[in-house]
Design a protein. Structure first.
Length: 283
C-alpha cells in the first residue's frame, strides 16, 4: 500500500496543479479538482497506514490503524460521490444540452462539491470522538502499550459512521453504473442519428468527439466499478450478516477482504491521471 499511496500522492498532486491552472470557470474542472483532492487525501492516509503497520511500537498498531482507516474511508466516499456526480452531470449535458448550463452552474457545482466533502468527512471523524487512548498491559509480551477504548455511548457514534458509509457506497455505486450506461446509450444514439441525417465532415468530427467522450467516461467508470466492487459487496454482506464485523465470528474474513478493497481503492486513486492524459484533449 505504501507504493500505491506514494504514487497517488504524486499523480493527484499533478492533477490538482493542472486543474487549478486550467481555471475553475468550468463545472467539469471544479468536480475533477475535488476528485483529485479526495484521491490525494486517501493516498496520504494509505502512506500513514503503511507507516503505522510496524508492530514494535509503543501503541497497539491494529486499533490505531483501524481508527486511521476511517479517514481513508471518508476520502474514498467523497471520491465515490463525486464520481457519481460527474456521471450524472455528463448525462445531463447529453440529455438536456440546452438546459444544463442553467441547471448546473460553476457556483452550484462548487457548493455541491464542498457539501459532499463536509458531509462525508464530518461523518467519518465520529469514531475519533468515540474512543480514547488508554494504557493496556499485554501478558504475552510483558509490556504496556497505548490502545483505544470506547467512551460511553461511543459505539453508537461509530455505528452512525458505519450507516453513512453503507448508504454512500450502496447509492453511489449503482448510480455510476446506471448513469454511465445511459450516457453511452444516449451518445451512441445521437451519433447514429447525425449519421443518418448527414455524412458531412462536421458530423464526422462530432461523431469522433462523442466517441472519445464515451471511451473516457467508460474507462473512468470501469476502473471505479472494478475498484469499488469488493467494497460494495462486503458492505452489503455486513448488512445481511451481522457476524461479519470487526468483533464478529468472521472478523478475519472481513479484515482480509477489507485490505484488498483498500488496496483497490488506492489503485483507483492513481489511475485517473493516465485516463486524462490518454483521452482528454484539455489535460
Amino acid at each position: 500500500m505504501g507504493i500505491t499511496g506514494f504514487s497517488g500522492i504524486v499523480f493527484n498532486g499533478i492533477n490538482v496543479a493542472v486543474y487549478l491552472k486550467m481555471g475553475l470557470g468550468d463545472t467539469v474542472n471544479i468536480t475533477l479538482l475535488g476528485l483529485a483532492l479526495a484521491d490525494l487525501g486517501s493516498s496520504v492516509v494509505l502512506v500513514l497506514l503503511n507507516c503505522f503497520s510496524y508492530p514494535d511500537l509503543i501503541f497497539d498498531y491494529l486499533p490505531v490503524s483501524y481508527l486511521i482507516t476511517w479517514l481513508h474511508i471518508g476520502f474514498t466516499r467523497v471520491s465515490s460521490c463525486l464520481t457519481a456526480y460527474i456521471t450524472v452531470e455528463r448525462y445531463l449535458c447529453v440529455a438536456l444540452p440546452l438546459k444544463v448550463k442553467s441547471i448546473i452552474t460553476p457556483r452550484r457545482t462548487a457548493c455541491i462539491v464542498s457539501g459532499i466533502f463536509a458531509a462525508m468527512m464530518s461523518s467519518m471523524i465520529l469514531p475519533f470522538f468515540a474512543t480514547r487512548i488508554d494504557s493496556v498491559s499485554n501478558p504475552f509480551t510483558n509490556r504496556s502499550t497505548l490502545s483505544l477504548k470506547f467512551i460511553p455511548n461511543g459505539q453508537e457514534l461509530e455505528r452512525a459512521s458505519v450507516t453513512i458509509n453503507n448508504v454512500s457506497i450502496l447509492s453511489s455505486f449503482p448510480s455510476v453504473t446506471l448513469c454511465t450506461c445511459l450516457l453511452i446509450f444516449k451518445l451512441l444514439s445521437k451519433t447514429k442519428w447525425r449519421n443518418t441525417i448527414s455524412s458531412s465532415a462536421k458530423n464526422e468530427t462530432m461523431a469522433v468527439r462523442d466517441l472519445k467522450v464515451v471511451r473516457m467516461i467508460t474507462s473512468i467508470s470501469c476502473v471505479f466499478i472494478a475498484s469499488y466492487l469488493p467494497v460494495a459487496v462486503i458492505t452489503a454482506a455486513m448488512l445481511a450478516y451481522p457476524e461479519l464485523s470487526v468483533t464478529g465470528d468472521y472478523s478475519n474474513v472481513l479484515t482480509v477482504v477489507w485490505c484488498v478493497a483498500t488496496l483497490l481503492e488506492g489503485v483507483n486513486a492513481t489511475t485517473g491521471i493516465f485516463v486524462y492524459m490518454k483521452m482528454s484533449s484539455k489535460y
